[in-house]
Design a protein around this ligand. Structure first.
Ligand code: FEH
Ligand code: ZN
Length: 341
């Protein structure tokens, strides 16, 4: 790999609140791995939870290059990998399942017990290059940009999985999406594409305006919302919380109709209050949803290529990642930011 630089930039986490771009040796792929030239890597709230030590003690190895929402080009492969992959545009399936465990074999590779997700347990994509297990590479269809492919791997995949596989969304039902930021805005589009009546809930007017532009049938500022008097005269049978704060977890359990489903996705708080009597007496299902499967990522990329989902993404240079972390944390980002090395 003589033509590939031996050193590269990487935005690394060294411990709570210690995150900066440094120069490191460029890694080489192992026998079953590939080396990907990163073209875009999406900035996720989960990265903020890592940087600001808000994952409830989840162990993060240090130093660690963050970035789990990656797209790029294969520039080299290990000895056990098909060399025809070199030159392919790829999206990276972040959980990178092992393919052998019970979960991987039953098609739930995002729950793989041997998983070492990129940007969480192994170096991720906020860098010029990243090593990726060859089986975690998903081809990017024509008509999908690098930035769209990057955000597809989490900001689109996660809401798609939450609404379809976990939430079992049915055409014609009424769905409330709480939090219409990077993931929630895609959830609005996915729910509309699947035939739902969609209520977007947030506290930021600019985000609610965007949700309306992306097809929401109703937009509601949750500060003016009385759960005892839902905003529509039809049962809200599916509620997805993409924030995960104490207030939104409670609101989700209050808004959902008798016999409905609540899907919890956002990680703003590790805990949360359960309205036990309400959930039991009204037989409400509360479900957790994490990321998505490799197969679903291929489906999501196809939906984007066909124009059925238009991910909202803006690109900025990797070297500016520090300021975009602060702006995302301050709530000043309305779309998804992807960093470009
Ligand atoms: C990624 C890495 C770590 C924790 C949570 C996540 C989610 O953003 C995946 O959807
Ligand atoms: Zn596995």
């Amino acid at each position: 790999m003589a033509t590939i630089p031996a050193v590269m930039r990487a935005a690394r986490y060294f411990g709570p609140r210690e995150f900066r771009v440094v120069e490191v040796s460029r890694p080489d792929p192992g026998p079953a791995e590939s080396l990907v030239r990163v073209r875009a890597a999406g900035l996720c709230h989960s990265d903020l939870h890592i940087i600001f030590d808000e994952l409830g003690g989840y162990p993060i190895p240090t130093p660690l290059t963050l970035g789990h929402e990656i797209a790029g080009d294969v520039v080299a492969v290990g000895d056990a990998v098909d060399p025809s992959l070199i030159g392919q545009r790829v999206a990276v399936f972040g959980p990178a399942g092992c393919g052998q465990c019970r979960y991987c074999r039953e098609g739930r590779d995002h729950l793989c017990i041997a998983s070492r997700p990129l940007g969480l347990a192994r170096d991720g994509g906020y860098a010029d290059y990243v090593v990726v297990p060859a089986h975690a590479l998903v081809p990017v269809p024509n008509g999908v940009s690098d930035a769209e492919a990057a955000v597809a791997t989490d900001a689109v995949l996660t809401p798609f999985h939450a609404l379809t596989r976990v939430g079992q969304l049915r055409p014609g039902e009424t769905v409330a999406i709480i939090g219409v930021g990077g993931l929630g805005l895609n959830a609005v589009q996915i729910a509309k594409a699947l035939g739902a009546f969609v209520i977007a809930v947030d506290v930021v007017p600019a985000k609610l305006e965007l949700a309306k532009q992306y097809g929401a049938d109703r937009v509601v500022d949750s500060r003016q919302l009385d759960p005892a008097h839902p905003p529509v005269d039809r049962p809200i049978t599916l509620v997805a919380d993409f924030v995960g704060a104490e207030a939104t977890k409670l609101l989700a359990q209050q808004l959902v109709a008798r016999g409905g489903r609540v899907v919890m996705v956002g990680l703003a708080t590790p805990g949360g209050t359960m309205l036990g009597l309400r959930l039991i007496a009204d037989e409400v299902a509360v479900l957790g949803s994490f990321w998505g499967t490799r197969q679903e990522l291929a489906t999501v990329l196809d939906l984007i290529a066909r124009g059925l989902i238009r991910p909202q993404v803006e690109t900025h240079p990797l070297d500016e990642i520090g300021q975009w972390v602060e702006r995302l944390r301050a709530g000043e980002v309305t779309s998804r930011v992807a960093l470009v090395p």
